[in-house]
Design a protein around this ligand. Sequence first.
Ligand SMILES: [Fe+2]
Length: 332
Amino acid sequence: MSGALFALTLAGLAGAAEINLYSGRHYDSDAQLYADFEAKTGIKVNIIEGKTDELLARIEAEGEASPADIFFTADAGNLWRAEDKGLLQPIDSETLKAAIPAAYRDPNNQWFGFSRRARIIYIAKGAIDPALVQTYADLARPELKGKVCMRSGSAIYNLSLMGGLIEKIGPEKAEEWAKGVVANLAKEPQGGDTDQIKSVAAGECAVTLANTYYFARILGSDKPEDKAVAEKIQWIFPDQAGDGAHVNISGAGVTKYAPNRDEAVKFLEYLASPDAQVYFAKGNNEYPIGGGESGNAALDTMGPFKADTLNVAAYGRNQKAAQEIMDRAGWK
Ligand SMILES: [Fe+2]
């Protein structure tokens, strides 16, 4: 019996190749990614979707018996939580290292970024001078009193932003900044990123922060209500004269007890491939992990920007300190 045939027979005995993907991402377009991977490899993708925290608790509770092969989620802060709980294993893959810049993967190789998003400033056109809000630091300026809307200080996107700030300017200055932002709030933090953008468009506040893909979705939409919002908003990539805009990732890691480890690595390598990168950009308005053309008209309209090169692992490492600062600052 030839080696290939023998391997085929073994695979047949073991049942069809498959992976069990625990996904905390909430994007419809991901279904196309999975279908494309199945078509290319013949490896079936079984998807368990849920809230990121619930999936983490589930993998932890299932322990060694967990069927999970891959944990897939948005935000490096969430990936760090999985690593911190000991739920992932290191993957040594030259393919992943070559495709993913070092800033966007775990230095311990336990998780990898597959798409990028920036957390940037949005203002109501005409409501304030754009020159006032060119940096994250500007959001704490006293001139903005009563003009700022913000998502909750316990939302992972804001915790990661704070985690990055702690790394760059130290906890004392970061806390001063958080207090300044809270002093400028037009209303108590509520709602998601899209709600913040809509609040600015509605005139409830003049400036906010949100991830790029939320605005690109509005900018690329044909719906009259989205067009009306987009017309009122000016986007600003912060810190372009400094370190660059805060960038976060969507990413994944292979679980510690993955029953289908080899297939799981293939899936991660697929996510880093040019074919999969198109789905991230076109399907969910995220930037390709390695830079280059997004092929997405809304992202192209928003334009190129300078991205911070800080390794996103800092967001997780500083997450606890970030939450303590948010709490002390009263950023609810
Ligand atoms: Fe999101």
